[in-house]
Each structure stands twice: as structure tokens, then as C-alpha cells.
Design a protein around this ligand. Structure first.
Ligand code: ATR
Length: 470
């Protein structure tokens, strides 16, 4: 080979293989390597007719085939495998070379690795990649955390392979060290909330409105043309239409209701607790997945509580579908508000200087939470740059005010009917608590002072006070 490769890619599972094909399709010669060589051979057998794809059997060969500064993208299992692979590459590369981790790594691991490698003169980039296998192949949303110098080296490749929204690439500089992986983590946290809200609405339609899956699909399809237009709403309508080949039943009726998770929702929630930033709806969605996975317990409890006294509810059938749309929209705004708020807080804590408007922009296409809604978020941040929480922006304030009545009717109907809507309910509680100047915490402060002399502040004068309660 005369010409050296522009990019090295380690890890040929689905995401890695598709990203390699994406880079090659865009004219960036990519040299692929996989720990298990047979996977590399299979990949080359299938796709090696593209002259921009070359392969290496060993890491030495990979490094040898790369243009300098070398750019090596790791698409391997998060955790120990990343540390191990870094240690294997380190003796082979030189100062100024760039290692990019495109897996779903924990942002604190990325911060640790960046510190370790910058001490050796190696640029380390933690890059969030969203879009699943289709996105990886045709254009993902990319969230690179890096030094600006390393980002600029990578920029032409990243911009070429990323998704485009209104002609703009869905990639931008996020911030240093763990910023990219953090933003990807929060993206996934929002995704958890978004999916749970959709599941809440599905259960409302199924259990309270007794809609057929085809009727539901029609509604989701209609919603996808309006303010809820998004990838997740679109796939929901398609999923609801799909029938099982074996039984002829709707697919969703034969799929076991136990939701799996890989940890990013949990990391988002842990970070919210650690940073002291409220993200209850994201956390509620993580708990809802945990609850769903306790299928055996739920089944046993269903027998015990088969007959629960529930009040009679009247449903205005004409209004209820519009109410559901508003409930989902209001809750969605709150979940994104929580996510953006969290990014803003982490950015301050870790000195990342993340531009929230840019995050909205790069999520507009390629990623799982892509939605027409993100155009509105982008516009809101263009008008009001410094705002950390979407609830303060004019556009979303208006939308929330318009949604509140219908959203409230949905949550109260669900409560009266005994159907859990954890994400819709949590978001409503968040909104109602956040939009009030007065909370019940004066009583909590009084209790803390009562039993522990923890003191309190007053609302009519400055200072710290204690009362002799007895
Ligand atoms: P999948 O995504 O198919 O479930 P995985 O176990 O998550 O697979 O691994 C994804 C990629 O990480 C694979 O390319 C895997 O290499 P192998 O094909 O050799 O299993 C790679 N990988 C996992 N652990 C690794 C390690 N310790 N060192 C190098 N590569 C590793």
C-alpha cells in the first residue's frame, strides 16, 4: 500500500463496522482491526471491494498503516477493554497521535484516561456516538470531547461522516476531556425518559381507552406530523402496526414486558444526584425499567391486588387524544429541560464551557432522540443564549402553559384509573414544583431545626436562626 490510511478503527462489532464503512464511503481510507482476526477477515470479504477499506492483522500493522498524526478510533466494549487496548497501543504510537473512544464510556473514566494520556503527549478524545447501527452507517450524531487542537485534526472526518440537519453537520466541539461522553450519557438519559413517556401513553391507550394497536398506530402516525414529530414517535407507529409472523398477534403483545438497560440512564441519574441538579423524570424512567424487570414479583402482586377500589372516572373521548398529545409534549419539554440543566451544571463543575445551543443542533438528526422539537430548542437558545433551563425560554413557557390542562387531565385520569404513568407524572410534578415560588420546605426546615437544631433562614430578614421548640 502506498497511501497511508487517514483513520484506524479498532473493533468490528456492528457500530464499528458501520462507522468504518461510513468513513470509507466518504473517501477517508480506513484501516480496520479487530481483536479476533476472523471478524476482520469476514468484514473484508464482505466490504473490502471498497478501495478505501484496508485491514490489519496486528496492532503493529495497524499503526504502521496510518498517516501521522495517527487517528485511532476505538469502537470496543466500554470498561476494562478500553484501558487494555490503550496499553497495547501506547508503545506503538508517538506524541501528537490521537486516540478516540467512540464507545459508551463512563465520563469519569474518560477524564481519567485523558489525564493519563495527555501526560504522555497523546491526545485522547472521548466521543459520544448516537444513532444505532443505521446512524453509524449513514450518519450519526457525534459528540466529541477533546482538546480543540485534536478536534480540529478530526473535524473533516467527523463532519463528513456525521448526519446533517438543514445541511449542517451533527457534530461540534463539545468541551474538553469527559464532556463528549457526558453529553452522550445525558442524551441517553433523555432517551430513557422519552421512551418511558411513550410507554406511559401506550399503557393509557391500552388500559384506559382500550384502543387496538392499529388505532394506536394511526394516532402515533398523526402525531408524527405535528409538534411531537420525532424518530421515537415514528418508530412507535411502525412497531404498533407490526404483527408477529408466528401468531398473527401484534408484535408488541408477544414481547415480554421486561426492559433492559446498559447503564447510561443510571449514570445520568447518579450524576444528577452528585451535582445536586434535579432530573427526576430521567431517574424515574430508570426506576421504571428496574420495576419492569421484576416481572415475577409484579405478577405475584397482581394476584394480591387484583381487586383494588378505584373511583369511577369520566373520560371525554373527544378531548382525550389531544390531551395525551399535550401530556407527552409537556413531559418531553420537562425531560429535555432536566437534561440540558444537568449538562449546564456539569459544564460549570468540570469547566467544559459547553454551548447548550450547539448540543440541541447536533441532536437534530442522526441520533435516537432526534425530533422536530430540537429545532425549537435550537431557536430558543439562539434567542436566549445564557438560559440553562428550557422552562425559562419564551417559546417553551408558552408551550407548557398550553399543555398543562390536558397533561393534568391525563395524569389525574391515570391515577384515578390505577394505571401507572411514572414519566408523565414525574414530569408534571417537576413542572408544578419548579414553577412555584413557595414550596413546602419551610416545614422541612422547621422539622430539621426541631429535631436536630440544624437552624433555618427566614424570609423576612437575613441570618441563621434557631428556635427553642420545646
Ligand atoms: P457485541 O457488541 O457484539 O456484543 P462486545 O463484546 O461488546 O460485542 O465487543 C464489541 C467489540 O469490542 C468487538 O469488536 C470485540 O472484539 P472481539 O470481536 O475480539 O470480541 C471488542 N472487544 C471486547 N473486549 C475487548 C478487549 N478486551 N480487547 C480488544 N477488543 C475487545
Amino acid at each position: 500500500m502506498t497511501q497511508k490510511a487517514k483513520l484506524g478503527l479498532i473493533g468490528l462489532a456492528v457500530m464499528g463496522a458501520n462507522l468504518a464503512r461510513n468513513a470509507a464511503r466518504n473517501g477517508f481510507t480506513t484501516c480496520v482491526y479487530n481483536r479476533t482476526y476472523s471478524k476482520t477477515e469476514n468484514f473484508m470479504k464482505e466490504f473490502g471491494n471498497n478501495p478505501h477499506l484496508v485491514s490489519a492483522e496486528t496492532l503493529e500493522e495497524l499503526v504502521e498503516k496510518l498517516e501521522k498524526p495517527r487517528k485511532i478510533l476505538l469502537m470496543i466494549k466500554a470498561g476494562e477493554a478500553v484501558d487494555k487496548t490503550i496499553e497495547q497501543i501506547l508503545p506503538l504510537i508517538e506524541k501528537g497521535d490521537i486516540i478516540i473512544d467512540g464507545g459508551n464510556s463512563y465520563y469519569k473514566d474518560t477524564q481519567r484516561r485523558e489525564k493519563y494520556l495527555s501526560g504522555k503527549g497523546i491526545e485522547y478524545v472521548g466521543m459520544g456516538v448516537s444513532g444505532g447501527e443505521e446512524g453509524a452507517l449513514n450518519g450519526p450524531s457525534l459528540m466529541p470531547g477533546a482538546n480543540l487542537k485534536a478536534y480540529n485534526e478530526l473535524k473533516p472526518i467527523l463532519e463528513a461522516i456525521s448526519a446533517k440537519a438543514n445541511g449542517e453537520p451533527c457534530v461540534d466541539y463539545i468541551g474538553k476531556d469527559g464532556a463528549g461522553h457526558y453529553v452522550k450519557t445525558v442524551h441517553n438519559g433523555i432517551e430513557y425518559a422519552d421512551m418511558q413517556m411513550i410507554a406511559d401513553v401506550y399503557m393509557f391507550m391500552k388500559e384506559i381507552l382500550c384502543m387496538t394497536t392499529d388505532e394506536m398506530a394511526n394516532t402515533w402516525e398523526k402525531w408524527n406530523k405535528g409538534k411531537l414529530s420525532s424518530y421515537l414517535v415514528e418508530i412507535t407507529s411502525q412497531i404498533l402496526r407490526k404483527k408477529d409472523d408466528e401468531t398473527g398477534k401484534p408484535m408488541v403483545d408477544v414481547i415480554l414486558d421486561k426492559a433492559m438497560q446498559k447503564g447510561t440512564g443510571k449514570w445520568t441519574s447518579l450524576s444528577a444526584l452528585e451535582l445536586g441538579t434535579a432530573a427526576p423524570t430521567i431517574t424515574e424512567a430508570v426506576f421504571a425499567r428496574i420495576m419492569s424487570s421484576n416481572k415475577e414479583e409484579r405478577t405475584a402482586l397482581a394476584k394480591i391486588y387484583e381487586t383494588v377500589n378505584l373511583p369511577k372516572t369520566d373520560i371525554d373521548k373527544k378531548q382525550i387524544i389531544d390531551d395525551l398529545e399535550n401530556a407527552l409534549y409537556g413531559a418531553k419539554i420537562c425531560a429535555y429541560a432536566q437534561g440540558f440543566n444537568l449538562i449546564a451544571q456539569a459544564s460549570k463543575t468540570y469547566d467544559w464551557d459547553v454551548k447548550l445551543g450547539n448540543i440541541a443542533k447536533i441532536w437534530r438528526n442522526g441520533c435516537i432522540i432526534r425530533a422536530g422539537f430540537l429545532d425549537r430548542v435550537t431557536e430558543a437558545y439562539e434567542k436566549q443564549k445564557e438560559i440553562e433551563n428550557l422552562l425559562f425560554t419564551d417559546y417553551f413557557a408558552k408551550a407548557l402553559k398550553e399543555s398543562r390542562a390536558g397533561w393534568g387531565r391525563i395524569v389525574s385520569t391515570a391515577v384515578l384509573s390505577g394505571v401507572a404513568v411514572p414519566a408523565l407524572g414525574s414530569a408534571l410534578q417537576y413542572f408544578d414544583a419548579y414553577r412555584k415560588s413557595q414550596s413546602g420546605a419551610s416545614l422541612i426546615q422547621a422539622q430539621r431545626d426541631y429535631f436536630g437544631a440544624h437552624t433555618y433562614e427566614r424570609n423576612d430578614k437575613k441570618g441563621t436562626f434557631h428556635t427553642e421548640w420545646f
